[in-house]
Design a protein around this ligand. Structure first.
Ligand SMILES: Cc1ncc(COP(=O)(O)O)c(C=O)c1O
Length: 359
């Protein structure tokens, strides 16, 4: 039968009427940019995360650049960032004028840790980007204890829980999210969000997303045209109340893989101690990963190696990545493979994946 890598349509089936009504509400309002839907969603999303402010922006990449600038990052500064992540985590740094400094990951959890960050700190370090990779939740408090502000890149971690029950979005100085359609909370186009409980930081981010202006007539700094739009906000408002249920579906799918014995065949994802990840991608590892890839392809099981070339080895990052040695990153890049994951992945589908993975 085959199993797709992800399923974005089935989880929305029961919400079709509400989604259409939300779109119609925006069309009727004739307000498309920075109107009531965006401000309502900002309030709802901030309180979901446990932060006091949320600032809607155009996508998760702009969210990182704008959040870093709102944190005071600029020319001459360094920002520590993992290399085993989506390219945008690092790409968003040079537009601030700062320099990306690549750090390694914990080989078990694939997240940065206090230990891997410490090795990359210098007197010029202004911030650390802690990526909550694949829905796992990096240990932000331990990293902040090194004395450096943390920006959480929570693009992949909506719906996850940190140890102690806190949510990504309220663990560091600020956090960023992506609402790219395949994300745990996905729009019908691009969208992003910055969350923080620092009012002055939120104000700077609000100004930066609108050309560096607070009153829309005077311009205090060079900013961006980067807004979440009303249609996307209305669509996301329909889905947010269901995020926890969908996240539980992702956790259940992870349990199915464990119960079906996948751990005897490949290395399973490891939650950070105490965290309860809403797996965005379910990423396993195998020393002979090409054999696993071809077995899954033969059985029409969706799979993808997302980060075979780590970011510090990408051509565009040459200036900052050349000569950097990150052994855990290289090993993860070589051996990882995402296999099917969604909020509605069934035990039968998981069994089919596990049969195919018996090499
Ligand atoms: C970890 C991570 N950071 C940043 C981004 C960038 O988000 P966007 O595609 O919305 O710009 C993404 C997703 O695409 C991501 O997975």
């Amino acid at each position: 039968m085959g199993v797709p890598l992800f399923d974005t349509s089935t989880p929305l089936e029961g919400l079709q009427d509400e989604l259409r009504a939300a779109v119609a509400r925006v069309l009727d309002s004739e307000r498309y940019i920075l109107g009531p839907e965006v401000s309502a969603f900002e309030g709802e999303f901030a309180s979901y995360c446990g932060a006091t402010h949320a600032v809607g922006v155009a996508n998760g990449t702009d969210a990182i650049t704008i959040a870093l600038r709102a944190m005071g990052v600029g020319p001459g500064d360094e920002v520590v960032v993992p290399s085993f992540t989506f390219y945008a985590s690092a790409e968003a740094i040079p537009p601030t004028g700062a320099t990306p400094v690549f750090c390694d990951i914990d080989p078990e959890t694939y997240c940065v840790s206090a230990e891997t960050v410490r090795a990359a700190l210098t007197p010029r370090t202004k911030a650390v980007i802690a990526v909550h990779l694949f829905g796992n939740v990096a240990q932000v408090a331990e990293i902040e204890a090194l004395g450096v502000p943390v920006l959480e890149d929570a693009a992949q971690a909506a719906g996850s829980l940190a140890s102690g029950g806190g949510r990504p979005g309220a663990l560091g100085t600020a956090a960023t999210f992506s609402f790219f359609p395949s994300k745990n909370l996905g729009a019908f186009g691009d969208g992003g969000m910055i969350t923080t409980s620092d009012e002055a930081l939120a104000e700077r981010a609000r100004s930066l997303r609108f050309h560096g202006s607070r009153d829309k007539v005077t311009y205090e700094q060079v900013g961006y045209n980067s807004r979440l739009d009303e249609l996307q906000a209305a669509i996301l408002r329909v889905q947010l109340p269901h995020l926890d249920t969908l996240a539980d579906g992702r956790r259940a799918a992870g349990r199915y893989y464990e119960e079906a014995g996948l751990g005897e065949l490949v290395r399973l994802p490891s939650p950070v101690a105490g965290a309860s990840p809403a797996w965005h991608l379910y990423v396993v590892a195998h020393p002979e990963v090409q054999r696993l890839e071809s077995a899954l392809a033969d059985a029409r099981i969706g799979h993808k190696a997302y980060y075979r070339t780590p970011v510090h080895r990408q051509v565009a990052m040459r200036e900052w990545g050349a000569g950097v040695e990150l052994p855990a990153t290289d090993e993860a890049a070589r051996t990882h493979l995402a296999i099917p994951m969604s909020p509605v992945l069934s035990r039968e589908q998981v069994d089919e994946v596990v049969v195919a993975a018996r090499l």
